[in-house]
Design a protein around this ligand. Structure first.
Ligand code: NAP
Length: 378
């Protein structure tokens, strides 16, 4: 980081702000937990209906300080800024209101003197194509964090294939939300090593453009707007659609298919029946050099069954801050390539930021696999 840290005066103290993480909660439970910490332990928790009334009126604001440690011995200091988008208002109907919230969170980060801002979850989706709506930026760079996210999704797929003894080169890949920034990045990284690639999204023109790009590199590609047409044919599925709630039903799916849900909020509906499928949550990394929140939001801002696990989009900003590279590493839709992914993975690994242990709604995946194998050996 050298001497290039920003500083901000607060309560008479000088606080250094290398990075800001802009986020929002994907469930009312998570939003209630954030509010409970902000209100303090001396106050009784608010009832659920009151939380739903209050949340839309809370302006974007920093909820805690974050300190990220590197295995290289440096530290970066930052802020977590919640845009307080209500979890049930991610739909297009609330787009203007939500853009205003992300804009407010961005203004907060700029005012705090953050050198780099990671736009987590829907924040980047809302602001992509609307970057001109961000406030005057001065020395603050913005990144969507999607390049490191793609890196962790791809690493997760490869790890899961290895754990399951699958030959990825003989497998068919389906990507739902294939034309998005995350989906198309995954397609560029994985298509060259898969037997066949199936792309799905709603807009057929964008699907055709991506298919033509991959076909030019010799990849066998098919497209469909109806995901159900493909689901039974895929051995590996990546769900990376920007859905406002977990509502995706894949329909009939191949037994033993490997399914990565990379959505935030999650893509897959809890009622999706996929007997035999190996599901894991993708795009997550672990920061092994240490992560501290003040006040303590551990397990609230990062609700995962392993310590110091964070979404790839937020880790990208922390990795760049630890590296002292305050630049818009990921910006715009459709520019993520294998080369860019390798570049950010190298930066992240230098600071001890790696793929998180795989897990799903039932808990750790690797332990489950281990247990299945040990149990079958008797
Ligand atoms: N795990 C992580 O760390 C992490 C990090 C960043 C992002 N994410 C999540 O990844 C997802 C994708 O993000 P992104 O930045 O790639 O978004 P994006 O660029 O807006 O792309 C969204 C994709 O989903 C498709 N889509 C939207 N609604 C759909 C629907 N109802 N059915 C099928 N496809 C649909 C879009 O194509 P059409 O409009 O043509 O359908 C597009 O292909 C989001 O959930 C985001 O929050 C996770």
């Amino acid at each position: 980081m050298g001497g290039s840290v920003a500083s901000v005066a607060r309560r008479g103290q000088v606080m250094e702000v290398d990075f800001a993480l802009v986020g929002h909660q994907d469930s009312w439970r998570a939003a209630a937990d954030v509010l409970a910490v902000l209100r303090g332990p001396e106050r009784t928790p608010l009832p659920d209906d009151e939380i739903k009334d209050i949340l839309p009126w809370i302006p974007p604001r920093a909820v805690c300080h974050v300190e990220a440690g590197s295995i290289a011995g440096v530290k970066a200091r930052g802020l977590y800024i919640d845009s307080f988008i209500p979890p049930d208002r991610l739909e297009a109907a609330y787009m203007h209101e939500n853009i205003a919230r992300v804009r407010g969170a961005a203004a907060y980060a700029i005012k705090a003197g953050a050198k780099i801002v990671s736009l987590g979850g829907f924040s980047s989706i809302l602001i992509e194509g609307n970057f001109d709506q961000l406030p005057e930026r001065h020395d603050t760079a913005f990144t969507t964090g999607n390049t490191l996210t793609v890196g962790f999704i791809v690493q997760g797929i490869k790890k899961m294939c290895a754990l399951e003894g699958r030959n990825i080169r003989r497998s068919t890949l389906l990507i739902v939300g294939a034309t998005g920034d995350v989906g198309s990045g995954c397609a560029r990284c994985l298509a060259p090593i898969m037997k066949r690639v199936l792309l799905s999204a709603r807009n057929v023109e964008r699907l055709r453009r991506l298919a033509a790009e991959l076909q030019a590199d010799g990849v066998q590609v098919e497209i469909a707007t109806d995901v159900q047409r493909f689901s039974a044919e895929a051995d590996v599925v990546i769900c990376a659609a920007s859905l406002a709630s977990p509502s995706l039903l894949l329909g009939r799916i191949a037994p033993d298919a490997i399914v990565c849900d990379a959505g935030y909020p999650k893509n897959l509906s809890p009622s999706a029946e996929m007997p035999g499928a190996r599901v894991f949550f993708g795009g997550l990394g672990q920061i092994t050099g240490g992560l501290r929140f003040a006040p303590d939001f551990h397990g609230i801002l990062n609700r995962h069954p392993f310590p110091d696990v964070v979404h790839g989009c937020l880790l990208e900003g922390m990795a760049l801050a630890l590296e002292g590279r305050f630049e818009p590493f990921s910006q715009g839709r459709g520019y993520i390539t294998q080369e860019r992914v390798e570049k950010i993975e190298t930066i992240a690994a230098r600071h001890g930021i790696y793929l998180a242990p795989l897990y799903n709604a039932n808990g750790p995946v690797e332990e489950g696999l281990y247990c299945q194998r040990e149990c079958s050996r008797g």
